[in-house]
Design a protein around this ligand. Structure first.
Ligand SMILES: CC(C)(COP(=O)(O)OP(=O)(O)OC[C@H]1O[C@@H](n2cnc3c(N)ncnc32)[C@H](O)[C@@H]1OP(=O)(O)O)[C@@H](O)C(=O)NCCC(=O)NCCS
Length: 167
């Protein structure tokens, strides 16, 4: 089912929906971000993501936004820049559904792979990504500028089905 520029897909349970986001969702996105991260993105960063080469997806439940995914598409590579569920809405399957939607949309758009960085300490997110088929392809030492010590990123990648045959 689709409506205008929004694409809807049934997700974790009846009443949950994934749809594309618009700048009207910015206040809700910023609120979820601030509730979730020690170093949240500023609203201006989210605003800059509303551009043609980015895909922004949100999951809503009972009419309210619960989480979002931000994907940048560059050449044949999709980069998952942010995946976040409100703390009160976690462990209900919405993160997995949002991730699956973002991956499917990126591959449908012709991306050959999706890559992402995740904190070394973020074991829950790593479980999610690895259970969806993402593989570790490297590390970025000190990627996250924490105080007093920076934290390393683990880099994960998921190849689109048949993408190697296209090279
Ligand atoms: C990571 C995140 C998006 C997962 O969303 P979620 O809706 O809670 O995840 P789901 O309910 O779909 O769970 C999917 C799987 O993720 C893993 N997982 C999620 N949270 C976990 C946790 N706290 N501990 C261990 N595993 C976890 C599990 O494998 C889970 O599968 P299971 O429930 O069958 O065991 C969410 O925890 C979040 O927004 N965290 C803060 C932001 C963040 O760290 N984003 C990732 C940045 S790279």
């Amino acid at each position: 089912m689709s409506s205008g520029t929004s694409v809807y897909q049934a997700v974790a349970s009846a009443g949950d929906r994934v749809r594309s986001l618009s700048d009207q969702d910015l206040p809700a996105m910023v609120a979820i971000e601030r509730a979730s991260y020690r170093r949240p993105w500023a609203e201006s960063i989210f605003r800059d993501c509303f551009r043609p080469d980015y895909q922004l997806w949100g999951v809503e439940s009972d009419g309210g936004l619960r989480g979002y995914a931000v994907v940048a598409c560059l050449f044949d590579e999709a980069h998952l820049l942010n995946l976040c569920l409100h703390p009160e809405d976690r462990r209900r399957g919405m993160g997995r559904c949002l991730l699956r939607h973002a991956v499917t949309a990126a591959f449908d758009a012709g991306m050959a792979r999706m890559i992402l960085e995740v904190r070394r300490s973020n074991i829950g997110a790593q479980h999610l990504y690895e259970s969806e088929g993402f593989l570790r392809i490297g590390e970025r030492p000190g990627y996250y500028p924490d105080v007093p010590e920076r934290e390393d990123a683990v880099v994960l990648s998921l190849e689109a089905p048949g993408s190697r045959d296209r090279r």
